[in-house]
Design a protein around this ligand. Structure first.
Ligand SMILES: [Zn+2]
Length: 431
């Protein structure tokens, strides 16, 4: 009864302030660093933090990190570095809220990778590149990859996750099968005496990878369709490591994470590269990007700590898997949160990758090519399902649709058109 006066309405300004504070807590602080030791000069990185996106009711930011490991020259790596993000963003419908935008990314990444590959090949330049492309929006991390540069995540809770696929022919049977079915040949290099040496390669061309951007001089069944994985971290954060094969040929994910534990991202990236080169020597371009997602309370960027203090501080954030007695108290407070998997798909078939359950706004893009976003007249687009096993049941409105040029690209990737040919030997694709 006497407490009446204590429950007065809270002023709006205070509520708004609280709202803002809460909003802030929802987003991680992102710190990153990179390091490189160059042998051929064909590794390139792309780092863009604080990219702004206008929402209906405000502005939000996201960060993008990319690693491009070129082969047979660096043109494809440089072209992808310069154009891929734009091609991905232009495939996201406008005016999406945060959740819709994140949900639209896996499909937009596929369209963006394929468009980048197609546009690059139109320039008739040789060379190819692996791509590992990471988009961070809030606590959601989306990774799209072709080739053998890899991306791993260690959550603050201690779990290690692979966020990319390995598209080396040597270790991917599914991809070997896809290529031979599409008309390519998979085998090792033969010496003069007929002895097979080295890793499995795809012929013609002799590439060891089944997916890449560029590589117009090898078969078109070396596709740019990326493996995509999307996860949501707990608000305790985690560490992401993106490295080219120079690192992963020398270090396991555990070794890479362990050798730089407690270090801020810049020194961590240098340490991983140093460690890899120590093990194998500088045989290849060796590049590493380290990204830390941290709860916003820790707003000061982690400086290289004084030696005696440093390690304990960081252990509580990236604790070792074998718990030490001194960590027990800290661990009691950490929630047993897990990294939540939101999306995973690695199929090489466009009809599966562009035809996902999609926000309603797709309706408005009915007359745009699902890959290159060019506008088409009604009836001009070709359904992405043409040529698939149940295409006889197709209705005229069964999209998504491709322009004729992207349809040609799709058929080439499926082995229905000779690579680089004029299509004269094109078989209708009926079973
Ligand atoms: Zn198109």
């Amino acid at each position: 009864m006497s407490s009446k006066g204590e429950h007065q309405a809270i002023p709006l300004s205070v509520l708004l302030k609280r709202e803002l504070a809460n909003e802030k807590i929802e987003r991680p602080e992102i710190f990153h660093g990179q390091a490189n030791q160059s042998k051929k000069g064909e590794d390139f990185t792309f780092l863009k933090t604080e990219c702004q996106r206008v929402l209906g009711d405000g502005v939000t930011t996201y960060s993008v990190f990319g690693l491009f490991d070129g082969h047979n020259g660096s043109a494809a790596a440089i072209y992808s570095k310069e154009n891929l993000l734009n091609n991905v963003l232009s495939a996201v419908p406008p005016e999406l809220n945060q959740d819709e935008w994140v949900a639209a990314l896996p499909r937009a990444l596929v369209a963006g990778f394929v468009k980048t590959d197609k546009d690059f090949q139109d320039k008739a330049q040789t060379s190819g590149t692996t791509v590992t492309f990471v988009i961070i929006e809030g606590w959601v991390v989306t990774v799209a990859s072709v080739g053998d540069s890899r991306c791993i995540l260690e959550s603050a809770e201690g779990g290690i996750f692979h966020l990319s696929a390995d598209h080396r022919l040597e270790c991917n049977e599914e991809e070997r099968e896809r290529i031979t079915t599409s008309g390519g040949e998979v085998g090792r290099l033969k010496t003069g005496g007929g002895t097979a040496i080295g890793p499995l390669r795809c012929w013609p061309g002799g590439l060891c990878l089944s997916r890449s951007i560029g590589d117009m001089d090898v078969g078109e069944f070396i596709v740019p369709v990326p493996y995509v994985k999307q996860v949501k971290l707990s608000s305790a954060g985690g560490r992401i490591v993106i490295s080219s094969d120079g690192v992963w040929d020398a270090l396991t994910p555990e070794m890479a994470l362990e050798c730089c534990r407690g270090m801020p991202p810049d020194s961590a990236a240098s340490q991983i590269v140093k460690e890899a080169v120590q093990v194998k020597g500088l045989r290849d371009d060796t590049t590493c990007i380290v990204i830390d997602l941290q709860p916003p309370e820790k707003t000061t960027p982690p400086l290289p700590p004084p030696k005696k203090l440093g390690k304990g501080v960081f252990k509580s954030m990236f604790r070792k898997k074998s718990p030490e007695p001194s960590c027990q108290i800290d661990n009691e407070y950490s929630e047993p949160d897990v990294v939540e998997e939101l999306f995973e798909e690695g199929s090489a078939w466009l009809s599966e990758r562009l035809d996902t359950k999609y926000p309603i706004c797709n309706v408005f893009k009915l007359f745009m090519c699902a890959v290159c976003q060019v506008e088409m007249k009604p009836r001009e687009g070709i359904s992405i399902h043409v040529g698939s096993s149940n295409s006889s049941k197709l209705r005229p409105w069964d999209g998504p649709f491709l322009c004729s040029s992207c349809q040609e690209k799709k058929e080439a990737m499926e082995g229905k058109r000779p690579s680089g040919g004029d299509g004269s030997q094109y078989s209708s694709g009926s079973e």
